[in-house]
Design a protein around this ligand. Structure first.
Ligand SMILES: [Zn+2]
Length: 318
């Protein structure tokens, strides 16, 4: 009996060592958790897609310190990014993490959940029901392999831990002694986007419905819906806006992204009314988008935005 338990114990050590060996190195570089407003901290990650250079860290992992604990929002796309977040969180406050909220299905926002769970095994993780169902249908495997491939294995060691607590539009959560008002407009950047308003801190987390210096693709979402989502959050008396990618700021952050979308939409609408096909939109639209032409993702994404909005305008007309 004794030798059997010893064998199991040794096996445990070997297994642990094997797992440890498979974890890729931590995120390089000097990053800071910036206090964007009272009690709200954001690590503004690099712009761009996952790559070996950014090691899959290219979102805005954030935490909100309340009177009764800490709420983590979008802990990143790899366990390494999650560890970076936890390091800064622990250096900022001794309060425990009481909840994690994932804004949408894209793995660069939620695969870092694992790092929070390592430190707080019981912490509840919240997300939209469609995030949960898409993961059940295999989105976790897709995102893990995409990260692995795009970063040349810099995400190694990451395990997908999706939300298990489903939240939807209109929910009001009391977490850490603060209120989190949940907003969702069916389809926008994706079909699982949550926007979070914390009235006590006059702060909104926009998710990927808003980018700053980054144009974001619409993925199983809606161009018009994305504009509606931004219009909805601009109705709030909020002062601080944390976008999914790029620097946080005031109302100008969502306003500027909405202006980009409206410029595309209006031009596409006019072309449709004149009976022009979508590929004839580009020459007249491009000069009007000069303010955004240097934004990350612009060249790769604007064509998709023209197509998506054209199809939606066409569908609405029939
Ligand atoms: Zn996204």
């Amino acid at each position: 009996m004794k030798s059997k338990s010893l064998a199991f114990w040794l096996l445990g050590i070997v297994a642990t060592a094997a797992i440890a060996a498979q974890i890729a190195p931590p995120i390089r570089g000097d990053w800071t958790a910036e206090q964007v407003t009272k009690n709200v901290y954001v690590i503004h990650g690099p712009l761009g897609n996952p790559s070996p250079e950014n090691q899959g860290f290219m979102n805005n992992p954030a935490f909100v310190v309340g009177p009764e604990g800490v709420v983590v929002i979008d802990p990143g796309g790899t366990v390494q990014t999650g560890h970076l977040l936890m390091k800064h969180l622990k250096a900022t406050t001794d309060k425990p993490v009481v909840a994690v909220i994932d804004t949408h299905i894209h793995g660069d926002h939620w695969l870092g959940n694992q790092a929070v769970r390592e430190a707080y095994p019981e912490v509840p993780i919240y997300g939209h029901p469609r995030l949960v169902s898409r993961v059940k249908a295999g989105a976790d495997v897709e995102w893990l392999s995409l990260m692995h491939e795009m970063t040349h294995k810099a995400s190694e060691g990451t395990v997908a831990i999706p939300p298990e607590k489903e939240i939807k539009d209109g929910d009001r959560l009391s977490l850490a002694g603060l209120t989190f008002e949940v907003m969702h407009v069916d389809k926008s950047h994706t079909d699982s986007d949550l926007m979070l308003y914390i009235p006590e801190l006059e702060t909104v987390f926009t998710g990927d419905n808003v980018g700053n210096n980054r144009i974001l693709r619409i993925d199983q979402g809606s161009f018009k819906g994305n504009m509606d989502a931004i219009a909805k959050l601009l109705e709030l008396p909020a002062k601080t806006f944390v976008p999914g990618h790029g620097r946080s700021g005031g109302r100008e952050v969502p306003e500027n992204y909405l202006k980009y979308m409206q410029t595309v939409y209006k031009e596409v609408e006019a072309a449709f009314e004149e009976g022009k096909p979508d590929y004839e939109v580009r020459p007249t639209l491009m000069p009007k988008l000069s303010a955004w032409k240097d934004w990350d993702g612009f060249g790769d994404t604007v064509g998709g935005h023209i197509n998506t909005s054209y199809l939606e305008i066409e569908a609405a007309a029939f």
